[in-house]
Ligand binder design. Structure first.
Ligand code: ISL
Length: 535
């Protein structure tokens, strides 16, 4: 295995809309990110993944791009972006950008021309007279009628996000050009949005499924593999650029085909199986979270893949403390435990903004406070099926992507140090006691723990590159060994919300979320959400 920079990098995801607002419009911006670069550097971060900052009508908060080479005025200017890259570089922080190329916005020039009847641009998308039966990722159908014509266009996501036709060589060339544009500006690579669905084999009807009928016609197709290889050869390799793919519905075998070292497609992928451990079929139908199921999914990927992209949060997922810990009574302990989990597994760790202070799910009271297009679509569909209002609200509140998108909590002031204006999304009331300023002052704070854990990882060959093997332990206790040539570490995590017998293990404590000095004081028991690393 080569030791490329991205293997031992700590990657921090920024959702720019919610990070830091400097002009009082209630929306985070690029100057805000620049202001916080020292904070980010202080954590020990090596690379920032920037969620979309491109021009967009924002129906899906930037995942609907109307101009790939322009910065959305909400976020600032191209000069601001260039400054961000150079200021980050001055601190030895790399930047990767979101590459959203399955679809554009329906307000992109290409689509507007297509709608106006321009033949060249019609072929950039999928326009058909007959619809198929495919289901959308955001619920409902995937074909939208073209006004004034007996014609429909394909959209796997919202109707504001028409799918690009990757069989068209012009589309390929346009995207190569866009990628070069940003790489020339000095970015280090891309996080590739839903990259394994871009190439549709056919538009035949799909086998009926509860969710995502049609999947078999576009999931990880040979055409997709082919495109990824070509992008690697024609563009990415020329810049030595890094890519992490967001790949839906893949297991380790499918993931390996997208990222194997010999495959020359992507460097790593985000899998979803561990994020699906608390759901039945679809994420809206939650089942009781069980640590064993989460551990089983993580272990499956650790053993099934040579390398993984590790994450417990992102802008699409509820907050991990609320989901896998106890946000009420043991918030800090849970946040630190999840930090150990995320950073001790083999692979590259991704930290989502706010995770480092243990931010919790949003405290939404009313459906009208929800902004996310997916949640709104799903609520509409549930209403159509006569699901009672109360039940809809409960489902949305638990699972909405807005849980992760509430503004970053910098301090306890009214605007949470995020904005002086009206925030675009409700600020969580708990910013009064969960915020960067207060947490940083506390030597037992979550941030301090993150810094320690990152520092430990950086000086440990075993944590950065070592092999992984799981140890036998009680239910809900995740015990594993990370072994490098000259170093062997044992990671012990009680993911249960109750005390549990610890496995028989000896060693010196390197890090502990309960401030353990040694193992003897534990008397064979691990406290709820207790995590340690032993040498
Ligand atoms: O959020 C999800 C879980 O239900 C996914 O279905 C999600 O939509 C999927 O992972 C794709 O996500 C990515 O592409 C979407 C965008 O809305 C998400 O924010 C992005 O991460 C469409 O571009």
């Amino acid at each position: 295995m080569n030791k490329e920079w991205w293997r031992n990098a700590i990657i921090y995801q920024i959702y720019p809309r919610s990070y830091k607002d400097t002009d009082g419009d209630g929306i985070g911006d690029i100057p805000g990110i620049i202001e916080k670069l020292d904070y980010i550097k202080g954590l020990g971060v090596d690379c920032i993944w920037l969620s979309p900052v491109y021009a967009s009508p924002n129906f899906d908060n930037g995942y609907d791009i109307s101009d790939y080479k322009a910065i959305h005025p909400d976020f600032g200017t191209m000069e601001d972006f260039d400054r961000l890259v150079s200021e980050a570089k001055a601190r030895d922080i790399k930047i990767i950008m979101d590459l959203v190329i399955n679809h554009t916005s329906d307000e992109h020039e290409w689509f507007k021309k297509a709608l106006a009847g321009d033949k060249k641009y019609r072929d950039y998308y999928y326009f058909r007279e007959k619809r198929n039966n495919w289901g959308s990722f955001f619920g409902g159908r995937t074909w939208e009628k073209v006004p004034g014509e007996d014609m429909y266009y394909l959209h796997l996501f919202s109707k504001k996000q028409p799918d690009l036709n990757w069989k068209n060589p012009d589309v390929y060339n346009e995207i190569c050009d866009i990628m070069r544009f940003w790489l020339d500006k000095g970015i280090a690579g891309f996080r590739c949005d839903v990259i394994n669905v871009i190439y549709k084999n056919s538009l035949e009807n799909g086998k009926r499924r509860l969710v995502l009928t049609g999947l078999e016609h576009y999931l990880s197709t040979d055409g997709c593999h082919e495109i990824l290889k070509r992008l690697q050869k024609d563009v990415l390799s020329k810049y030595d650029a890094f890519t992490v793919g967001e790949t839906v519905m893949v297991d380790p075998d499918a993931a390996n085909l997208l990222m194997g070292e010999d495959r020359k497609e992507l460097n790593m992928v985000f899998g979803f199986e561990h994020m699906e451990c608390d759901q039945r079929g679809v994420k809206w139908f939650k089942r009781r979270y069980s640590p064993e199921r989460l551990i089983a999914a993580l272990d499956k990927w650790q053993t099934g893949c040579e390398w993984t992209a590790n994450y417990l949060e992102n802008h699409d997922q509820p907050r991990s403390v609320s989901r896998f810990g106890d946000a009420e009574n043991l918030r800090k302990e849970s946040a630190k435990m999840l930090c150990v989990l995320n950073l001790a597994l083999r692979g590259t760790p991704y930290i989502y903004q706010g995770e480092e202070i243990g931010m919790t799910n949003g405290d939404f009271d009313r459906m009208s406070e929800i902004e996310d297009i997916e949640s709104k679509n799903v609520a509409k569909i549930l209403k159509k099926f006569l699901v009672p209002r109360g039940a809809i609200k409960k489902m949305i509140k638990k699972t909405t992507r807005d849980n992760a998108r509430t503004p970053m909590q910098w301090d306890h002031s009214a605007g949470a140090g995020f904005t002086d204006g009206m925030p675009w999304l409700k600020i969580n009331g708990n910013h009064e006691w969960i915020n960067v300023e207060d947490d940083e002052k506390n030597e037992n704070g979550v941030i301090a723990f993150y810094k320690d854990m990152i520092a430990l990882r950086k000086q440990s060959d075993a944590l950065q590159f070592g092999d992984y093997s799981r140890l036998e332990a009680k239910k809900g206790i995740y015990a594993f060994v990370r072994k490098a040539e000259k170093e062997t570490l044992t990671v012990l995590i009680n993911m249960n919300g109750y005390s549990e017998k610890m496995p028989e293990i000896t060693g010196r404590v390197l890090i502990s979320n309960y401030d353990r000095e040694n193992l003897e004081e534990m008397k064979g028991l691990m406290k709820p959400y207790e995590a340690l690393i032993l040498k």
